[in-house]
Write a protein that binds this ligand. Structure first.
Ligand code: GLN
Ligand code: ZN
Length: 756
């Protein structure tokens, strides 16, 4: 039985790629060196996979920034405003990724969106009337040849045309008018790869696991009918992941494809679909059984049983990951401090390669000593594997009553009480919490971690950062201040480190977008708060100012969604334990004199099931009440804020309102103002702060630009319920951009306030 990897992590085990690309941005590395380094990294990734014994190793899954952006570049999907800058192809590519401000001009980045139900973000291609959709790039063939020169016949990978059309921002174009030329371009790519010697080419269509309309299925048939037409020397694998393809299974199986990749991990109905409809005799099934999203060891007995139950000969079966391994860290080998028994329960990308190979051998009936031992060890591991139990936590969860999930009085009655207590002006200005993590801030943390400075020194410096940050905000004229989050490396990791039940990696980085990585904690045991976490910092910061200080917490849904969850409890059970810990923190902050508390749910939408029919039953029905549990105990005068890093929640506005926060801030500057219209039309009650400028880009927004954004907001939202803020935390920005941006924001808010 052959083995296949859908995609491999690309940032490098030590995040090399991140540092190279960032050095390039800072002019510390030239283009040639960047590209040479990237080529070496690609070679290492291929070599690791070859050495593990993987048969179908991907190429083209590497990217300097993002795979959808690479596809756009390959197909010449470059909007005129980026072409007009007249930059090199590499710099044009980066201008689309992160905006450009310099001698050549001033353009914003393309929007960025969550990649299905993951914490990865892709750049949204913009297909306007001018885009010819013709193959202009050669990267895919180049990388295939690069690997060939290394002696590896890879399987080139690219996102498919349906996913491209469904995820792109079409401007003055329809899928129907794009389809013929797009299909012809894909056919050309297949021919080219075939002529270079590719055997399999993998076309990724994750969009097939979402709700599809009859028109979508017709478009699928049209696209693939055309692109698979005529003679071709390579075999085509249509790869799906992140769910099952229940809406289009028969349509996919009817296409003249040589291979179909199905996800047996997240695809709740995949096995049933295969049992019901079978796999046509002309096709190979790529069975995605090794989880590409979580870090626990595969359960061999279960996987082998699934493989045995499939109604086809082993020759027509390839064992695969369930999705790209992009979503797990590189390798356990970098982890020196990960203790047993967690360590032996884990498999990161590199270890998953070993699992694929062992499983394929076992599935093929290998009875060698090595295989038998691997199976026995795996069985023993899964018998012992249970997260640790804390009886006190279990009792507290069991004792929860419906009333614990509801805050009184109603929001409309709380609002005047809060206004009386806080005395804020109309259009209050604030930020989302973090301030720039300057080299000094990072150095302080690193030196403390390495034991080079004492806790006392470390904390003294933190107090200084906070004091400077508060002074700056007062001087800039913000109305609601923050302490700056200098004590936090990451909004989830920080809480995880201060809660029992979490385990940490040293190098377990996972790409979130572009050069940004996160290091998700691992939930291994029952979660509880050991002691107050943020209270002293917030109390100290409030003591420095008479303006309201907003305390900052991360919400339970985000903590679960951005961790690697355990598999012996449901996400709901894990989130409830965390919610109780956060609730204790909320009440302690209130007692310490904080009148505004923000509980970030940056990742709430990200685990919204991909199919609408699953939204409530699988997710919202527990996630929304679990959030309420964190704040239902506060006094009416205490104002609860929440924040979300995206604005696509038009379709769950009632649920967002039901979180019962007093104020919500969210990203709006990079996306359309669609959400504002929806907010106006649905009678959304929560006060809102739609981000008035994009913090993912180093551009400094002008006063006029922000004033325009504020006026657009006021078209939709009554001034009494509008807040003015950037669209996310400022930690990834430098002080040089942050200060003028905030000054422009405050000046714009003041100007508009004067006209109300
Ligand atoms: N309070 C966090 C910050 O400002 C929120 C970050 C986020 O939404 N991702 O950094
Ligand atoms: Zn955010």
């Amino acid at each position: 039985m052959q083995t296949s990897v859908i995609g491999y992590p690309r940032i490098g085990a030590q995040r090399e790629l991140k540092f190279w690309v960032e050095s390039y941005f800072q002019d510390k590395l030239d283009a040639e060196a960047l590209l040479a380094n990237a080529a070496q990294l690609r070679a290492r990734r291929w070599d690791t996979q070859r050495q593990s014994g993987i048969d179908l190793i991907p190429s083209g899954d590497f990217s300097l920034y993002d795979g959808m952006l690479d596809l756009a570049a390959l197909l010449g999907i470059v909007p005129q405003r980026y072409r007009a800058l007249g930059l090199s192809p590499l710099d044009t590519y980066f201008a689309m990724a992160k905006g450009y401000q310099g001698p050549a001009g001033d353009v914003k980045a393309l929007p960025m969106k969550k990649w299905f139900n993951t914490n990865y973000h892709y750049i949204v291609p913009e297909i306007g009337p001018e885009e010819p959709l013709q193959v202009v790039g050669t990267q895919l063939g180049d990388q295939f040849r690069e690997a060939l020169a290394q002696g590896i016949l890879t399987k080139p990978v690219l996102p498919g045309p349906l996913t491209l059309l469904k995820l792109s921002n079409l401007q003055g174009r329809t899928p129907a008018d794009c389809a013929p030329v797009l299909a012809a371009s894909y056919r050309q790519i297949l021919q080219r790869l075939g002529s270079l010697g590719a055997d399999w080419v993998q076309i990724d269509e994750p969009v097939l696991v979402t709700d599809l309309s009859p028109e979508d299925i017709a478009l699928l048939e049209q696209l693939y009918g055309a692109l698979l037409e005529g003679p071709r020397t390579c075999r085509v694998l249509l790869q799906t992941y992140f769910g099952d393809i229940r809406d289009c299974y028969p349509a996919v199986m009817a296409l003249p494809l040589e291979g179909v990749g199905l996800d047996f991990v997240e695809g709740r109905q995949t096995a049933a679909l295969v049992a019901r409809y079978g796999i046509p005799a002309d096709k190979t099934l790529f069975a995605g059984l090794v989880n590409g999203k979580n870090i626990w060891r595969n359960n061999y007995a279960q996987t082998l049983a699934t493989l045995r139950s499939l109604p086809l000969d082993p020759e027509r079966l390839v064992l695969s990951t369930s999705c790209s391994l992009l979503h797990v860290p590189h390798t356990l080998q970098s982890e020196r401090r990960l203790a047993e028994p967690v360590r032996r329960a884990c498999a990161f990308a590199e270890e998953k390669l070993g699992e694929l190979v062992e499983l394929a051998a076992l599935a093929a009936g290998d009875t060698s000593e090595g295989s038998a031992a691997a199976l026995a060890a795996n069985r023993a591991l899964h018998q012992e594997l249970r997260g640790s139990v804390d009886e006190a936590v279990r009792r507290r969860v069991a004792a929860l009553q419906p009333a614990d999930y509801d805050r009184a009085p109603r929001r409309a009655r709380r609002a005047p009480l809060q206004q009386a207590a806080l005395q804020l002006p109309l259009l209050p200005t604030t930020t989302i919490g973090s301030f720039p993590q300057t080299p000094q801030v990072r150095q302080n943390r690193n030196r403390f971690r390495r034991g080079e400075i004492s806790q006392q020194d470390y904390e003294a410096r933190l107090r200084q950062f906070i004091a400077d940050c508060v002074a700056l905000q007062e001087e800039v004229g913000l109305d609601v201040l923050v302490h700056g989050e200098f004590e936090r490396n990451d909004m989830v990791e920080y809480f995880g480190e201060n809660l029992a039940g979490f385990v940490f990696t040293q190098q377990g980085w996972v790409q979130s977008y572009g050069t940004r990585c996160v290091k998700p904690p691992i939930i291994f045991g029952d979660v509880s708060r050991r002691r107050p976490i943020t209270v002293e910092w917030s109390r100290y910061a409030q003591g420095l100012t008479s303006r309201p200080m907003k305390a900052m917490l991360t919400g339970p849904i985000t903590i679960v969604n951005w961790s690697f969850p355990r598999e012996d409890l449901t996400p709901a059970e894990q989130a409830t334990q965390i919610a109780l810990a956060i609730r204790d923190e909320v009440l302690d902050l209130e007692a310490a004199g904080l009148r505004i508390i923000q509980i970030d749910e940056a990742a709430l939408r990200e685990k919204l099931p991909l199919r609408q029919s699953d939204w409530h039953s699988q997710y919202l029905d527990w996630a929304i009440p679990t959030f309420r549990l964190t704040h239902s105990g506060v006094r009416p005068e205490t104002q609860i804020h929440t924040h979300m890093c995206y604005s696509e929640f038009e379709d769950i506005l009632p649920e967002i309102d039901a979180m019962d926060a007093d104020v919500i801030s969210f990203e709006a500057s990079r996306s359309s103002l669609e959400i504002l219209r929806a907010i106006r039309e649905t009678g959304f009650e929560t006060a809102v702060g739609p981000g008035v400028y994009d913090i993912h880009s180093p551009r400094i927004p002008s006063h006029e630009e922000i004033e325009g954004a504020i006026r657009a907001i006021l078209q939709a939202i009554p001034a009494e319920r509008a807040w003015i803020n950037p669209d996310c935390g400022l930690k990834t920005r430098g002080p040089a951009e942050t200060e003028p941006s905030l000054r422009h924001m405050v000046a714009a808010a003041t100007a508009v306030r004067g006209t109300l």
